[in-house]
Design a protein around this ligand. Structure first.
Ligand SMILES: [Zn+2]
Length: 137
């Protein structure tokens, strides 16, 4: 089950004794989508208040009684958020075509090396639009 739950993108099963914790971040960034057809509104520079949730899957530490220190998550991710907050994301390497999906991949690639227990991120571009990404299998 361990293999399935850590790699199968639709699996909601949690191993016994495993917990998923999450932390939420917001950032405001500008972007435009250069590859959409002429006349598409997303070709124009505009901005969003993005909401990012990061999900971390691990065992409960029996002494500390937590999965991971929330402040450690914040310290790892805050510099990444600051690197795109109040920026034109198209100027950032890897975000030349910053769709919500591409931003999620970029965030995953930045966060995962620092937090190996990362299992899922959810990125909302608007209150009604977003993406869930679980990395590459
Ligand atoms: Zn947009």
């Amino acid at each position: 089950m361990d293999y399935l739950c850590r790699n199968y993108w639709k699996c909601d099963y949690l191993d016994p004794g495993t917990m998923q914790i999450f932390k939420k971040f917001t950032f405001d960034s500008a972007h435009f989508l250069p590859n959409v057809p002429e006349g598409h509104k997303c070709r124009n520079i505009h901005g969003h208040t993005y909401h990012l949730s990061v999900f971390i899957d691990d065992k409960l530490d029996p002494h500390l009684n937590w999965v991971m220190d929330f402040s450690a998550i914040y310290k790892a991710i805050d510099p990444i958020i600051k690197s795109i907050d109040h920026k034109l994301m198209n100027d950032i390497p890897g975000l030349e075509n910053p769709t919500c999906e591409q931003i999620a991949i970029w965030l995953w690639d930045q966060i995962k090396p620092q937090i190996p227990q990362l299992i899922k991120i959810e990125l909302n571009e608007t209150p009604t639009s977003g993406v869930i990404y679980t990395g590459k299998v």
